[in-house]
Design a protein around this ligand. Structure first.
Ligand code: AMP
Length: 215
């Protein structure tokens, strides 16, 4: 199965993708994670993407589509893919069609997480993760049970994304509205889109997504 999770930054795409990975053994293909890894490793792609990401703007279509193609090639043909943060433009949506069909895959579902943008700014600017295992936390909604110690692995180092500050989050949302939301009609016309209330409790969102996948 191949599915796209769509929604602005902070809508919960990464969290929900991770749950699908754990439950169904699917693979999360997050272009944001791939780009952050490239920035950290200082690869040519990373060097090109770093400043663009810090501004909250979009990295070039050619770069992200190439990353997606490479990741798919490294996966077994029977492993399901969850596209998280890709496609983000009409050109990427078109590239994804070619990428999938070239590999004998097809798109089963597009799940749009519908959210209230003002609430998202608080969600995104408060989030942080364990530097060791990646478990996510939030200043207001989910602190570690013991202050400064990760619940999952006991790690004591935490990190925040440099682009999770308010000004950059606003730019990322504007990019979503201007470039990503307009690709929904393409998928609507194919009858593959389901809208899920992304403001509901996390478990309810997961249950709603599971119902879509069961169809
Ligand atoms: P994310 O982790 O999905 O929020 O992505 C973080 C940043 O990486 C974005 O603000 C963009 O700068 C860049 N990025 C991630 N995915 C894409 C994409 N599909 N197209 C263009 N830029 C992307």
């Amino acid at each position: 199965m191949n599915i796209i999770l769509l929604g602005p930054p902070g809508a919960g795409k990464g969290t929900q993708a991770q749950r699908l990975v754990d439950k169904h053994g699917m693979r999360q293909l997050s272009t944001g994670d791939m780009l952050r890894a490239a920035v950290k490793a200082e690869t040519p792609v990373g060097l090109e993407a770093k400043a663009v990401m810090e501004r909250g703007e979009l990295v070039s279509d050619a770069i992200v589509s190439a990353l997606i193609g490479e990741e798919l090639d490294a996966m077994g043909p029977d492993v399901g893919a969850i596209f998280d943060g890709y496609p983000r433009t009409a050109a990427q949506a078109e590239a994804l069609d070619a990428i999938l069909s070239g590999r004998g895959r097809h798109l089963d579902h597009v799940i749009e997480l519908e959210v209230d943008e003002d609430a998202l700014v608080e969600r995104v600017t408060g989030r942080f993760t364990c530097a060791n295992c990646g478990k996510g936390y939030h200043d207001t909604f989910e602190q570690p049970k013991a202050l400064g110690v990760c619940d999952k692995c006991g790690g004591t180092e935490f990190k925040r994304r440099p682009d999770d500050n308010e000004a950059t989050v606003r730019t990322r949302m504007a990019e979503y509205r201007a470039k990503t939301a307009p690709i929904l009609p393409i998928y609507d016309s194919r009858g593959v889109v389901t809208r899920v209330n992304g403001m509901a409790e996390m478990d309810h969102v997961t249950a709603a997504i599971e119902r879509v996948l069961a169809v």
